[in-house]
Design a protein around this ligand. Sequence first.
Ligand code: PEP
Ligand code: MG
Length: 548
Amino acid sequence: MNTNMRKYQGTGIGEAVAFGKLRLFRRPDPKAEYLHIADTEGEKARFRQAKALALGQLQELGEHALQEAGRDSAAVFEAHQMILLDAEFDQSVVHAIDSRSANAEYAVRLTAEVFAAKFAAMNDPYMKARAADVWDVSLRLIRILSGTDSRPMPAGEKVILCADDFTPSEAASLNRENVLAFVTARGSAGSHTAILARSRNIPAVIGVGDEFLRNAGEGDEAVVDGSTGEVFINPHGEILKKLTDKQLTLTRKASLLRELKGRENVTLDGKKIDIYANIGSVRDVKDALANDAGGIGLFRSEFLYLERSDYPSEEEQFAAYRKVLEDMAGKKVIIRTLDIGADKQADYFRLKKEDNPALGLRAIRLCLLRPELFRIQLRALYRASVYGNLGILFPMITAVWELEKILAVCGQVKEELRQQEIPFSHQVELGIMIETPAAALISEKLAPLADFFSVGTNDLTQYTLACDRQNPDVAQFADPHHEAVLRLIEISAESARRHGIRIGICGELGADTSLTGTFLRMGIDELSVSPDSILKVRRTVRGIDLRE
Ligand code: PEP
Ligand code: MG
C-alpha cells in the first residue's frame, strides 16, 4: 500500500469536508463466461450464499419501495424473491453446476436463458413480461457471485465511494446513511449525478481524472473537500490539521445557518420571494422540510423511472405523488413530467443510441411521441392533485405547438377522469421549463398559454453555449454567468411579467448567491434550490436592498 500523500483536483459539490476510507466501485460485468470447476460442492455453496444475499437485498429494496411509492412498486421485488425461491430455478442452477462442472455464474446465466425464453414464448402479455424479471434477478445473482454487485451502495462502515462515473440511477441509490462522500474520475458539475449529490447533501468531487482511480487503493484513508474540489489520499501533517479545522468551521457555519430557520425570505426593502426545494424522490421531502422549504419547485419525476426494470404503473406513480403532496401539507409542489433521455437512461425504454443524445429524443419529445406513457403519468398526477397544491411542469419546450398539444392532452386526461368519476383538483397549474434558447426567445408567445415559467439554467447554459453538460473537457466554456444566458433569463422574466404569470429558477444557478440580487431585479418570484442551499439563499435575500 502506498502511504504517500497524494492530492487530486476536481469540481467540488457541497460545503462540507468528509474524512474516511476509500471504497472503489467496480461496475458489474455480467458476461458470466464458463469456467471448469472441480469442487462442485463448493460452487453450490457459493450459489446458495449469493442467493441468500440477493434475497436480503430484495427484501430491503421492497421495504424501501413500499415506503417510497407504495404496494405496486414493492410487488416487483416480491416477484423477484419468488423467482429466487422457485424450486425449479434452484434445481436448474444446481444441475448445471453438477452436470457441466460449471461455475455458478455460468449456471445462473444458463438457467436464466432457459427460463426467460419460456416466459417470452407465452401468449399472455403479463407472463411474457416476466422474462425481464428473470434476467433482472439473475443478473443480481451473477453480480454478487462475481463480486461486482450492481449497487454502488456499500454495506457496513460508511466510506468514500469512488468510481469512473456514476449513472444517475446508481447515484440515486446513494444517500448520507451509506456514504460519507463520493469521488468520480469523470463527469461534470452540471451532470445529474452532481445534481443528485447536491440534493442528497452528500459532499462530492467530480471529474478528478483517471489517474486518481489508478492510484487510489481500497481502504486508503482520504479526505474529500466539497468546497474546493480537492481530494487527498493519505493526508497527514499540516494538511490534515488544516482540513480538520476546516471541517469544524463548516459544521459551525451550517449550524449558524440553521438560526435562519423560521425567518422570512424578504429583502431589506420588503420584497418577499419564495425559496423552494428541488427533489429527486419522495424521500428527499424530509430534507426539504428540515431546511424550511416553502414548497417543492422541482420534483424530477424521472427518478421514479430509473433503477428498475419496467415502467412504473399509474398506481405506483399516484402513490408517490400523493405522498409528496400530503407531506408538503398544502404547500406548492411542482412535479416535472418525465425528463428521460440524454444522460438519464433506463433500458426498458429501448431508446435508440443517438449521436447527440442531448439534442435527441428526450423529455417532452418522448412523451409527445409515446402518448400512452404521457397519459399514464398525467392521470397519476391529476389523481394525486386532490391531496395538495400541485403544479405540473413540462421540460424541454421549444415551440408553441408543443405546449398546445400538451394542453390538449391534459384536457383529454381530465375529461377521461371526469367520465370515470375520479376526482381531481381544478386548481392544478401548468408550467413550462425555460431551458432552451428557443423557449426564452418566444417566451412572449408561450406565456399566455402557461400558468408559470421555471428556468432550467443547467440546460439553458448547455444549449445556449453549445457545451455538453456531461463533458468535463468543455466545462470552462460552459459559463452559466455568460451574458447570453442571463439575457435569456431576463427576456423570459419580462414576458412573464407582461402576462402576469410567475417565474422561478430551478436550475443550479438558482443557488448561486452572487446572482441572487440580479435575479430579484429581473423580477424572479421563486428560487428552487437543493434543500441544503435554502438557508444560504435566504440569508442572501435578507441582505439585499433593491432600492440600491
Ligand atoms: C435544468 O436544466 O436546469 C433543470 C433544472 O433540469 P435538469 O437539470 O433536470 O435537466
Ligand atoms: Mg433540464
